[in-house]
Design a protein. Structure first.
Length: 655
């Protein structure tokens, strides 16, 4: 006997968006529209009906919208995701006898054929639908059936079957007994707006901006908020604020023997003063942290807290939960290694221990602890060195109760691993941006991020520098290089961040040739920053961030369009709002040493410009205005005076 119900004749395939056959959700922001398409067809020539079904968890009932045919068996419909959380969506389709009958009847009317039998078929279909209808709708359908039974002219039949009320009722009560439901489970994770558009500033709270004698504290961080807000940042990312171990503490420039006065790396978490749920006593108290969260809110800033699942040898977990760690044959705990590098000051967790489930629960409790303290954004350190299954479980558990919580994945690793983490639930992700320097590299990489399936699940957060990354490009080019990379990060990506004050003071001294480590890295010592130093980029950064806030085109990634320039040192691209009310054209000189010039070939349609239309471009960085016409226009960019143009485009005024 057949194992498949042969009466289900409709095929549904090539559904978009769909990630890995529905194994992973797509990502959207509250208020977004999800446009769903699919190939839907059947054997023969029968007409089809198909609906897009969607619901917000934990709703039980589906909302449905009939899909529109696009031609060549392709169908489309969209739905709006109104609130954060998880939505489910799917497709159901069926052979629709009434639509088939209606289509064929209209053809037969045009051909002048005898319609008596066709009327009887229509009456039967309408009566069948009335049996599935509510009492009120059933009465209307039976009325239509009586009218059709009494009809004796093609004209009256045409008026009847083209009536919108009858069509609507027959659509609503169509027979779905043999409907095909798309078998893959499709879902959408909906985040708040901050997941799509955010501007991050990283700083070490223990470093001082005020004095060369005292280390910084959480209370001192409150005094820095006006500066950070004036720069235009809305997320303040703090490296770990927990107690730091003393056993095997690393010293200045990561030397293995620290002096008693050296503070150690914040990522070597835990001491007798506490662990992941404690604040380093030199920084202050939990009350001080809670107060800082409140002060940040007054400036429109959110704190992002570092989530580093690792321990120092002095962490309370080492004594309280020895089962959480791996032992070497000599009985000592296995420290972290990346041969030939050794990190004796850090013990990784053993995620293959017999007590792995208890370990997972404890790590979830760490996240929930800081959520209770007011944290809604976590930057996760090295998530690619922990099990994928942990992140899927932990992020799902957190967002089920707190859908507004966001997670940034700090995983500089292989592309497939980075993408897997994003699919598992990370709201944003670090990228390879820091190492993409040439025009070809930038164009190819950002086309992949914004115009392929990757855009459905991977939200890039662009960082030109971090405490671990001082690229060769930044080391070599001086002040213009830092301006170039900041402009690229802030305009190519809706989410970006910098590690400061190292960035605005364009700190570019490497520990040694060929290294991306900073000389005298802040990871291992307390720094004293002179934020008022002459030549600081703070005004330029504030200007760039103001442009980001004032232009919706820069607040999303999906409308990025590259344009041709006949000079490989000039990168030209545009961003626009969906309605083209806000259109920006950005040109960046990738050469920090020399002026570069060239001619554009613009894709005018993507800019909302006609082929022969004159238009005005205003440089938002300098205030200069130019009148252009057509696709070819001349550009020249001096990296010393201003390494980029950010043009606002509008139609030229008539004279």
């Amino acid at each position: 006997m057949p194992t498949q119900d042969g009466r289900r004749r409709v095929v549904i395939e090539k559904v978009t968006p769909e990630i890995d056959c529905g194994r992973f959700p797509i990502k959207r922001i509250s208020g977004d529209t999800v446009r769903v398409e699919a190939d839907i067809f059947t054997d023969g020539y029968d007409a089809l009906s198909c609906v897009l079904r969607f619901r917000h968890d934990p709703a039980l009932e589906w909302t449905e919208a009939f899909m529109d045919p696009l031609g060549n068996d392709r169908w489309r419909m969209a739905f709006r995701v109104e609130k954060a959380g998880c939505y489910q969506y799917g497709i159901q389709a069926w052979v629709d006898p009434y639509k088939t009958w209606r289509r064929d009847l209209l053809i037969r009317i045009e051909a002048g054929q005898d319609l008596k039998v066709d009327f009887l078929i229509g009456v039967r279909l309408i009566k069948d639908a009335s049996s599935r209808a509510s009492a009120q709708d059933a009465d209307q359908l039976l009325g239509w059936a009586d009218q059709l039974s009494a009809m004796d002219s093609p004209a009256s039949a045409r008026r009847a079957v083209e009536d919108e009320d009858l069509t609507r009722l027959m659509q609503r009560y169509s027979d779905r007994a043999n409907a095909t439901t798309y078998e893959n489970h499709l879902s959408v994770i909906v985040d708040r707006e901050k997941a799509r558009f955010s501007t991050w500033y990283e700083m070490f709270p223990r470093s001082s901006w005020m004095s060369n004698s005292q280390p910084g504290t959480l209370k001192e961080c409150e005094t820095r908020l006006s500066y950070i807000a004036a720069l235009g940042f809305d997320v303040l990312y703090l490296p770990p604020i927990h107690p730091i171990g003393r056993n095997h503490r690393k010293g200045k420039n990561n030397v293995t023997a620290a002096t008693p006065q050296e503070p150690g790396s914040p990522w070597a978490i835990g001491s007798q003063e506490g662990g992941h749920k404690s604040v380093h006593p030199q920084l202050g108290t939990l009350e001080d942290f809670h107060r800082l969260v409140g002060k940040c809110a007054e400036y429109g800033i959110e704190i992002a807290l570092d989530l580093a699942f690792q321990c120092s040898p002095d962490h309370p977990y080492v004594k309280e939960h020895p089962e959480f760690f791996r032992r070497r044959p000599d009985g000592t705990v296995q420290y972290a290694e990346n041969p030939p590098k050794k990190y004796e000051d850090i013990y990784p967790f053993d995620f293959e221990s017999e007590q792995w489930a208890q370990l997972w629960e404890e790590l979830l409790s760490v996240v929930n602890f800081w959520i209770a303290e007011g944290v809604r954004i976590f930057r996760v350190d090295n998530p690619h060195t922990k099990p994928f299954a942990l992140w899927k479980w932990l992020i799902t558990a957190v967002k089920r109760k707190h859908p507004d919580v966001l997670f940034l994945s700090e995983a500089f690793t292989r592309p497939k691993v980075m993408y897997e983490l994003a699919k598992l639930g990370f709201s944003q992700s670090y990228t390879y941006f820091a190492w993409r320097n040439t025009k070809l590299e930038l164009t190819q990489y950002f086309t992949e991020l914004t115009h392929t399936e990757v855009a459905e699940f991977f939200r890039p957060n662009l960082w030109p520098n971090t405490p671990d990354i001082l690229t060769e490009y930044l080391q070599a080019g001086g002040r213009p290089t830092f301006m170039i990379r900041l402009t690229l990060a802030a305009t190519l990506g809706a989410n970006y961040g910098i590690y400061g004050p190292a960035y605005e003071l364009y700190e570019n001294r490497a520990r040694e040739a060929g290294s991306e480590e900073y000389l005298n890295s802040e990871k291992y010592e307390i720094k004293h920053w002179d934020i008022d130093r002459a030549g600081s980029l703070k005004d330029f950064i504030a200007q760039i961030n103001r442009i980001r806030r004032e232009n919706p085109a820069l607040q999303r990634d999906d409308r990025l369009q590259f344009h041709d320039v006949d000079n490989d040192q000039l990168l030209c691209y545009s961003k626009s709002s969906d309605d083209l009310a806000n259109v920006l054209l950005i040109v960046v000189n990738l050469d920090p040493f020399r002026s570069q010039a060239g001619w554009t070939t613009l894709h005018l349609e993507s800019l909302g410009i006609g082929p022969d239309q004159a238009f005005q471009v205003k440089d938002l960085l300098t205030g200069a205005r130019y009148l252009w016409k057509g696709a070819r226009n001349y550009l020249e960019v001096n990296p010393v005076t201003m390494p980029a143009h950010i043009f606002s485009i509008r139609e030229a005024e008539a004279h």
